[in-house]
Design a protein around this ligand. Structure first.
Ligand code: BG6
Length: 490
């Protein structure tokens, strides 16, 4: 059941890349849901913007079919009728000035209306779109620009885009999106860490043995072969989603929940990451590429057989890294990061493994994992589980790991907001907490670039793995060398 929420200020939302997957499969369903929840005022308007020649009704038909597919039983025709009255389509070519003038005249000249320009296009178009928005007078003090990832492909290109966008919008008007930050369970991680006094004293070296962050996907590259082949797992997932999760795990408690207080602390983590470069990449990183196999019993082709992939591509579809954070809190505690496509399960999980008891007084349990673990699961379900050792019933003191489990869906009996629902509404409210600041993005790229350069310099090619497995064997070896296993391999 959805709670009704306060209606937000009236807005005009301009969705550039309006015929693309992100807009039709994620953003429009997210806006529809917020509309049904009563958060979107009837005066608000949504513009799908793209280069295709389409009438409004053709666009609405496309949007409706995508939303129906995505929302399933939640789709309700009377609600859609009313929601789609807010939706319109405009054909705009990013390079044609006149097209933007036409856009300007379609907008309402009210200084109190928020304007959100969501750029769901390739980042090479960001500067051109922003300049044209400014030239045609679309940019008001209440206008915000949302930049979808990937923002550039390395430090230099990201810096250039940031400078160009920064010439039009002030930093407080720029919303760099990382949808992982909008996931309910990530919010819950913040609540767990900073809303409870219990964990803080444990959250450090000397008590935490190691941390694992896994973002595993069953999907392959789908229809994005061309983009993915030039990007790879490190830039597609680690540079943004995994590093942001790492920041939230590792950051110091911020002084408040203000956007800059939170972002300052995340930045400190990014800047304290020990560089991974030169020969380090051979022992502390793993690259993999999937071969044909089966995911949940369904045969799937290998990466090189997918559409739009170069036949001799050396792009990684899997990567695992051992990351060290050079701070007092985390010195000596490895953070293992792992992500890949066509893995055995769809699973996003953060696992904190604590130290074993210093001196066992009971019989050694017949299991290898006797350390306490805190498992925060983001996908497919949202849960927080703590394993503790309890006494097995019966004679003697035989201990066994058991779980204290909190299923968030079950507990709150409500559907969590989809990440884009929360983030889109935050852009309207003007709340930047869950968006990346320029210096964070810069620090993330500065850490990523040497890894890629070193992979190239040492000709570290991806190791093959069978689709439907947990990645190449060297991934297990990465944690195995330190005496650990991946959580799912225990
Ligand atoms: C995107 C990546 O940012 O995140 C995709 O570009 C990936 O390759 C997706 O599939 C995963 O997001 P989610 O929310 O489905 O885990």
């Amino acid at each position: 059941m959805l709670r009704t929420v306060a209606v937000l200020p009236t807005f005009d939302m301009l969705l550039f890349g309006g015929t693309g997957d992100l807009v039709t499969r994620k953003l429009l369903p997210a806006l529809y849901r917020r509309y049904v929840a009563g958060q979107v005022s009837e005066q608000s308007r949504i513009f799908g913007i793209a280069r295709s020649v389409l009438t409004r009704s053709e666009y609405l038909a496309q949007a409706e079919s995508a939303c129906r597919g995505f929302l399933g039983d939640e789709f309700d025709s009377p609600h859609w009728e009313r929601f789609s009255a807010l939706l319109t389509y405009m054909k705009i070519d990013a390079s044609v000035d006149q097209d933007f003038e036409q856009l300007k005249s379609a907008l309402r000249d009210r200084d109190d209306f928020v304007r959100v320009c969501f750029l769901s296009t390739g980042s090479h178009l960001f500067a051109m779109i922003c300049n044209n928005l400014a030239k045609s007078g679309v940019v008001t003090p209440l206008t915000r620009v949302v930049l979808e990832k990937p923002l550039g492909h390395d430090t230099v290109s990201a810096d250039l885009i940031n400078t160009q966008v920064g010439a039009v919008f002030s930093e407080r008007q720029i919303y760099r999106i990382d949808h992982y930050l909008g996931k309910e369970a990530v919010q819950n991680l913040m609540a767990l860490r900073f809303g409870n006094a219990l964990f803080e004293p444990l959250w450090r070296r000397g008590l935490v043995r190691h941390v694992q962050i896994t973002v595993a996907e069953e999907l392959g590259v789908e229809r994005r072969g061309q983009f993915y082949d030039q990007t790879g797992a490190l830039r597609d997932m680690v540079q943004n989603h995994l590093l942001q999760l790492l920041c939230i795990m590792a950051m110091e408690p911020p002084a408040s929940s203000d956007p800059d207080a939170v972002r300052d602390e995340k930045l400190k983590v990014l800047r304290a990451l020990r560089p991974l470069r030169d020969r380090d990449v051979l022992t502390k990183t793993v690259r993999g590429q999937y071969k044909a196999g089966a995911v949940r019993g369904v045969p799937v082709p290998g990466y090189l057989e997918e559409a739009d992939i170069a036949p001799d591509s050396t792009t990684e579809t899997f990567t695992a890294l051992k990351v060290e954070i050079d701070t007092w809190r985390w010195a000596g505690v490895p953070f293992y990061l792992r992500t890949g496509k066509r893995l055995q399960d769809r699973l996003t999980e953060l696992v904190v493994t604590f130290d074993e008891v210093p001196h066992p007084i009971f019989e050694k349990p017949q299991t290898s994992n006797t350390a306490n673990e805190l498992v925060i699961r983001l996908q497919p379900d949202e849960s927080i589980t703590m394993t503790i050792l309890a006494k097995n019933p019966g004679e003697g003191m035989r201990l066994k790991p058991v779980s204290l489990a909190l299923d968030l869906g079950e507990t709150f009996k409500t559907r969590s907001l989809d990440a884009y629902e929360r983030l889109l509404m935050d852009t309207v409210k003007g709340n930047l907490t869950l968006f990346m600041r320029r210096d964070e993005l810069d620090a993330a790229w500065r850490w990523i670039d040497p890894i890629r350069d070193s992979w190239e310099a040492y000709d570290d090619r991806p190791k093959p793995y069978i689709a439907g497995s947990w990645g190449p064997a060297s991934s297990s070896a990465l944690v195995g060398r330190d005496g650990f296993s991946w959580h799912d391999e225990l």
